[in-house]
Design a protein around this ligand. Sequence first.
Ligand code: ADP
Ligand code: MG
Length: 259
Amino acid sequence: MLDHDRLDAMLTRLKLTAIRERLDALLDEAARRELTLRETLAFLCEQEMAHKDQRRVQMAAKIAKFPMLRTLESFDFDAQPSIDPRQVRELATSRYVANGDAVLLLGPPGVGKTHLAVALGREAIVQGYSVLFTTATALVTQLARAHAEGRLEDRLIHFSKPKLLIIDELGYLPLETNAAHLFFQLVSRRYERGSLLVTSNRNVSEWGGVFGDPVVATAILDRMLHHSHVITIRGESYRLKEKRRSGLLKAEVAMTSNH
Ligand code: ADP
Ligand code: MG
């Protein structure tokens, strides 16, 4: 076998994909930078690790079932002055996941709650945590169906496994008593085992109405608010604001062209 083929086969067997695929380019670069053998080896390892990390994040993001691709880099903090960027940066370290704390993102529609939830979910994945994204409606629908079919336990395990469970849009629809009970079962199952990140268009003080039964509501809130980080977003919808801004721009153009 040719040396080249042998090396290729060894890199394949060692699963050093990034090195194998770009070996010539990487060795050229090492030569150009006049790296020592040891430095070259470190350089190749770095490339392989970066590639593997990227693949891992991609796979985990797929498993997390995010509804959209959003990052913290693409979040415009200037457009949302009610958010403290430092608080978001602190959450981006995912320490709250390590501690099993909860995060609540509250605010009216369109202010970036889902965007931030997805972006923070992604950061948690980068830190190595398993993440699952769902909406409150999808969650209780699945639990109720599983309950009816006698396989609630399976579903509870499914939703309890990820280190971070993101529940989007809690409170858009009030939950029926049965659904609130199932929700409570999940929250207590996860309690102090994993983190919850919940978004809602309702204030915490209105959650009693969301869960119907005040006893269940208190029990849920008790667990969710214990060790929680709350971000309350005020202001108007980002999309509306953008539209209005472009509308304003058009109006200005029309005015100047009238001169
Ligand atoms: P919410 O979940 O609060 O209803 P979304 O997160 O779905 O709002 O935001 C609506 C759209 O506007 C999304 O496409 C989101 O990426 C975008 N968006 C909202 N706020 C911002 C922001 N501050 N910077 C960049 N994009 C934003
Ligand atoms: Mg949303």
